[in-house]
Design a protein around this ligand. Structure first.
Ligand code: C2E
Ligand code: MG
Ligand code: MG
Length: 589
């Protein structure tokens, strides 16, 4: 700002001000002391001579920099108020331009306080001339923008960062992935790969140790992943326990190498405040493909590969293959058919007898769902139950199974004395474990007029152990009703003894894998022996499932296992066949 240039202009509103209020006020006189005006501004105001020496600073700038205005006047501005590493460059530029009236009208540079603190200032500069029109120096008005710029930078960073781990967030990953896809399409020689890392059994840690331990674990995993990738690669967290690593300029080989490194990084336990835990992760890898038109395509392929890796067992990695997508299409068709199956009456139940090993007498029946699909024929439960679980269809299907099983047992009991003491075992999926299950159980029992003692719910060990605390609470409420509880596929779910004793359960069902192996592997036989002993000491019934041979039956009898189920005794039967069986009073095996 210069006296000369301001003086030449006469803003219209200033002259208009006086007449509006009638003569009492003094007229605005443009000969006011501009120094006083500048001194009052909140903005910084600095006037320098042609050598860069301070001829005027207002109070705002002096106070901000820790000087008094008098101390600064006469000093070399650049030597005094610009950080030493920048002073020479800024001075040289100023000196070269000021004399020829060429200084930048707007610029931004650092100043330094007397105590050595840097601040960023945005300046508006003008060339100062004297009355004769000769250049005599410069005047600058500045604003300290340090805080504003810090905030902007933080907001920019936050918008791209996952707050829990400090890794990139989904948005940032997608932006980077989009750029990689685009570059890959333009340049045949440019490759990329996306690794989708998902922690196995993270929910267990979260549920058993609490969310604080879960957060700690995620942070530790994020730290390990971050050390495995450097620029230009990117580590991101998509949500929950899902992480992505984007490799740029790298193909299959480096992707496989990185996958190996990720798994190796999980080899050592993670130290949490509550103790050490081990984690493993499954990885799906999507390398560059011609079919990638958008970042979502890459993520979709990596997700398909991840699902495959998980389906094949945890703690492994798989590359995406186009056949996985074909699998997805087939799955979608199956899912659509399954949606209609219930309404169209395509589902039915088979019942497999459960017998007392000692005398072969029938003690119960396990209800097993069957799906007769009109075009495909019978579809195995192992194929459609997981889809029903993922889509939530298991909830209405499960409700139907409960109702149908109870009604069927009640019908048998009405016809046959022998059926009255029988128990029907109904399998319940993890997705069904909620308060609605209680209402469904109540309704099924009431509708069938079946005493609760005749119903037993089978829940797999892994489902219970995925969230032991909430499962225990629900099981307690099931037990309160007099309905019994069986832990299915026992031996595969890593229950800890301490958790097991606290669970309100009645029956352990030994997984078929142990029964198969026990007759030729002494170690497995020992395991079965200890499960039986465990059951006895916790006063639980023990059922062995998948018994196919006399040798298995004999071995189980020797170990003291009370009950069994398997092809040796009977295959799953339809309702008619069970009715026929019940007509013989005490069916022999
Ligand atoms: P699960 O509950 O462990 O059921 C036992 C499975 O072993 C049944 O297979 C049964 O047919 C089979 N099995 C019985 N004895 C033998 C044997 O001696 N040898 C062999 N190799 N297999 C035997 P299925 O019916 O195919 O059912 C498979 C799984 O699907 C079940 O395992 C259960 O997890 C699930 N499932 C079946 N029905 C239902 C249901 O109504 N609801 C839910 N949620 N899941 C069900
Ligand atoms: Mg079962
Ligand atoms: Mg089982």
């Amino acid at each position: 700002m210069s006296d000369g240039s301001s003086g030449r202009r006469t803003p219209g509103h200033a002259d208009d001000a006086a007449p509006a209020t009638g003569g009492a006020r003094p007229r605005l006189d443009w000969q006011v002391d501009l120094r006083q005006v500048l001194d009052d501004l909140q903005f910084f105001a600095v006037v320098l001579d042609l050598d860069g020496r301070v001829t005027f600073v207002n109070r705002a700038v002096a106070a901000a920099l820790g000087w008094s205005p008098e101390e600064l006047v006469g000093r070399d501005w650049f030597a005094t108020c610009v950080p030493p590493d920048q002073a020479d460059a800024v001075r040289t530029s100023f000196l070269a331009k000021v004399g020829v009236g060429a200084i930048h009208r707007l610029d931004e540079n650092h100043v330094q306080t007397r105590a050595g603190v840097r601040r960023l200032v945005e300046w508006s500069n003008s060339t100062l001339r004297n009355a004769a029109g000769e250049i005599v120096g410069s005047a600058s008005v500045g604003l300290d923008v340090t805080d504003q710029r810090d905030l902007e930078a933080r907001l920019r960073r936050d918008a791209r960062t996952d707050p829990a781990t400090g890794l990139a967030n989904r948005l940032h990953l997608m932006v980077r992935l989009a750029a990689a896809v685009e570059r890959g399409r333009a340049d045949d020689d440019y490759h990329y790969a996306l690794l989708f890392v998902d922690l196995d059994r993270f929910k267990v840690v979260n549920d058993s140790l609490g969310p604080a331990a879960g957060d700690e674990l995620l942070l530790a995993v994020a730290g390990r992943l971050a050390t495995l990738v450097g620029e230009p690669d990117l580590a991101a967290r998509l949500g929950a326990d899902e992480f992505c690593l984007l490799l740029e300029g790298a193909g299959h080989e480096r992707a496989a190498e990185l996958a190996r490194a990720v798994q190796a990084s999980f080899a050592s336990p993670v130290a949490l405040a509550t103790g050490e835990v081990f984690v493993t992760g499954s990885i799906g890898i999507a390398p560059k493909a011609l079919s990638h038109a958008a970042p979502e395509d890459v993520l979709r392929d990596a997700t398909s590969a991840l699902h495959r890796a998980k389906a094949l067992g945890s703690n492994r990695w798989e590359f995406f293959k186009p056949t996985m997508r074909a699998g997805a299409v087939q799955r979608l068709r199956l899912e659509n058919d399954l949606r209609r199956a219930l309404a169209r009456g395509e589902l039915s139940l088979a019942y497999q007898p459960i017998v007392a090993i000692a005398d072969g007498s029938l003690v119960g029946l396990e209800a097993l769902v069957r799906w007769q699909q009109p075009e495909r024929g019978p579809v195995a439960p192992s194929e459609f139950i997981p889809i029903a679980e993922e889509t939530g269809l298991i909830v209405p299907i499960g409700e139907w199974i409960l109702g149908e099983s109870c009604a069927q047992l009640a019908a048998w009991a009405a016809q046959s004395e022998a059926a009255r003491h029988l128990v029907v075992n109904v399998n319940v999926s993890g997705r069904q474990l909620g308060p609605e299950l209680l209402a469904q159980v109540d309704h099924a029992l009431r509708a069938a007029s079946l005493p609760p003692q005749n119903l037993k719910l089978e829940i797999t060990e892994s489902v219970i152990m995925d969230s032991p605390t909430s499962a225990a609470e629900l099981l307690r409420r099931i037990k309160q009703r007099g309905v019994r509880v069986c832990v299915d596929d026992f031996g595969t779910g890593y229950s800890s003894l301490s958790q097991l004793v606290r669970l309100p359960i009645d029956t352990l069902k030994i997984d078929r894998a142990f029964v198969v192996a026990m007759t030729n592997d002494p170690h497995t036989a020992e395991v079965v022996g200890s499960i039986v002993a465990l059951g006895q000491s916790l006063r639980l019934e023990v059922v062995a499932e998948g018994v196919e041979t006399e040798a298995q039956r004999a071995a189980l009898a020797r170990l003291g296992c009370g009950f069994a189920q398997g092809y040796l005794f009977s295959r799953p039967l339809d309702a008619e066949q069970v009715a026929a069986l019940l007509r013989e009073a005490r069916p022999a095996r």
